[in-house]
Design a protein around this ligand. Structure first.
Ligand code: NG6
Ligand code: CA
Length: 517
């Protein structure tokens, strides 16, 4: 929708070079690159070998990083999936809305059709657009109103995606089926699908009552995930039916990868924007037998290997089709890492020396750095010089930066928080943003060196998973240049810095602030 909201201004911002064959529809212009976002789930800053771990080898991601730009100070907007992805797609800080918290599997679509997404922007620039894998932004109109046996609408087709093949929320939330465009894929008419987040369906066994049916994974004690049982794994929410349409957890990565590969092959003669959201390394982790036991760290480590394989398949496909040179790939994660996030997969017990949070404090859910500082790699073989960049960058800017790249100008109201940081993303500017903002339970702001975390009265420590939230009733100020681990609160020693960052933060929140506190 809203392709008319965008003014094409040609491709003058495309920098030199003219790789690959010209396309018929824009033969006079330098060819715009295909763009692929590969968004991992809960993959930590320290989970990839190119980011320093020696506990697990991720050669495919490493080679993408070696040929592109690997960022060391890149940030997701939020420390959980729904608000993080909301900001990635809309260029608007999720904390400006109150309904961008972790979405149930029957949530209505959070990005509304009247909004303009990065996919809309690419469509205006003549791209074909696709979304494959984890969604977690709601589908349909309102919570619980979807007809899973008919058309689920509105959906991604109403916010700029020509094609979609998605998991509605997460693998630990029902419904455990794929939704292709507006309908359940491989729909099985003999097993109509019903979903509820309010009450169980009569006759459907629940994980909490039937541990003997949990043949693949058991939930962690006192952590929920003990409702509907699908494929020997209990989930959040209640579900009935599905039959042949139900996914098998050990095939989720294969399915997402195959759909991504098919999409690329089918659209090789167009210019495309493809979002690929992997389920790896979110819970329930139940990797394909090809990867089981290969990391020595249990299913979490094996899921990292599986993620790396997915990346390898996508890159190899681009190579085989001659598209790699002119495809801009952004590889990142939606939020920081977590070990026990609800299933007994031995992520804690088998971790060994591996440090998913890469020397930082906190993790998923947290305002400390490990919550939102994420792996971030930009590869565009024909245009970027391999480098490691310490520029301060944020997911929030992908929208405006890529708009600039493909010659689109956002009109009033679209992508309100997104800024053009294309030079930083392409390695031509070593500095990046003046400041970034990140949301956990609270809100923080950082200019790269100094980081201020707003006071928050919530718990400082989650028990399950065991993670420090960054909450404190006192203002916190850290000097990340000497204290990346955020151990020394310097707020009382540098009140002027606190005032400066607080004023910047308040200027932003004055434009809209509805974070649930
Ligand atoms: C939490 C779940 C967690 C995970 C998370 C969403 C409980 C106790 N915890 O509510 O397991 O599903 O939501 O993760 O149910 S995210 O990466 O998609 O945001
Ligand atoms: Ca996540």
């Amino acid at each position: 929708m809203h392709t008319n909201l965008w003014l094409g201004v040609g491709s003058s911002l495309l920098l030199g070079g003219c790789a690959g064959a010209e396309k018929a529809d824009n033969a006079a212009l330098p060819q715009k690159p295909n763009v692929i976002f590969i968004v991992a789930d809960d993959l930590g800053y320290g989970d990839l070998s190119c980011y320093g771990t020696s506990a697990v080898a991720t050669p495919h991601v490493d080679s993408l990083a070696a040929g592109g730009i690997r960022f060391t100070d890149a940030h997701a907007v939020a420390a959980t999936s729904t608000p993080s992805r909301y900001s990635l797609f809309t260029g608007m800080y999720s904390w400006r809305r109150s309904d961008t918290g972790i979405a149930d599997g029957d949530a209505g679509m959070i990005i509304r059709p009247e909004q303009t997404t990065v996919a809309d922007m690419f469509k205006s620039a003549g791209y074909t657009t696709g979304a494959i894998g984890k969604w977690h932004l709601g589908l349909g109109d309102t919570a619980g109103s979807q007809d899973w046996n008919g058309e689920v609408t509105p959906g991604p087709q109403d916010i700029g995606f020509d094609y979609s093949f998605l998991m509605a929320a997460t693998a630990d939330r029902v419904p455990c089926v794929w939704i292709e465009n507006r309908r359940v894929a491989n729909y099985d008419a003999s097993a109509p699908i019903y979903v509820s987040y309010k009450q169980p369906f009569e006759g459907e066994p629940l994980g909490k009552d039937h541990p003997e049916l949990l043949t693949k994974l058991k939930p962690s004690p006192n952590h929920g995930h003990n409702q509907a049982i699908v494929n020997g794994i209990s989930r959040i929410g209640y579900m009935k039916g599905g039959g042949d349409a139900l996914w098998q957890d050990e095939n989720i990565a294969d399915t997402i990868t195959a759909k991504a590969v098919d999409y690329i092959a089918a659209h090789k003669d167009t210019t495309f924007f493809l979002y690929v959201g992997t389920n790896d390394v979110h819970v329930p982790r139940y990797p394909n037998p090809r990867f089981v036991g290969k990391s020595g760290m249990g299913y979490r480590g094996d899921a990292i290997l599986q993620f790396d394989w997915t990346v390898g398949r996508i890159v190899d496909t681009l190579k085989e089709l001659g598209l790699l040179e002119n495809t801009l790939i952004v590889l990142t994660s939606d939020n920081g890492p977590v070990l026990d996030d609800g299933y007994q997969d031995q992520a804690v017990e088998l971790l060994g020396d591996h440090r998913p949070w890469g020397g930082m404090r906190g993790g998923k859910y947290s305002n400390f750095e490990a919550g939102t500082r994420v792996p971030f790699i930009v590869s565009w073989a024909s245009h970027v010089e391999p480098a490691v960049s310490a520029a301060l960058v944020s997911h929030i800017d992908l929208f405006a930066s890529l708009a600039a790249l493909v010659g689109q100008t956002p009109v009033e109201g679209a992508a309100p928080d997104s800024r053009n940081q294309l030079p930083a993303l392409l390695g031509q500017d070593a500095t990046g943003r003046d400041y970034i903002m990140e949301a956990g339970h609270s809100l923080s702001i950082s200019d790269g060196r100094w980081k201020y975390i707003m006071p928050h009265n919530g718990t400082p420590f989650l028990k399950l998973p065991a993670i420090e939230t960054g909450n404190s009733p006192e203002p916190q100020l850290y000097d990340l240049s000497t204290d990346l681990g955020e151990q020394h609160n310097l707020a009382s020693e540098h009140p002027e810095k606190v005032d400066e960052l607080k004023a910047l933060l308040e200027a932003e929140t004055a434009k809209g602030f509805k974070l649930k506190r």
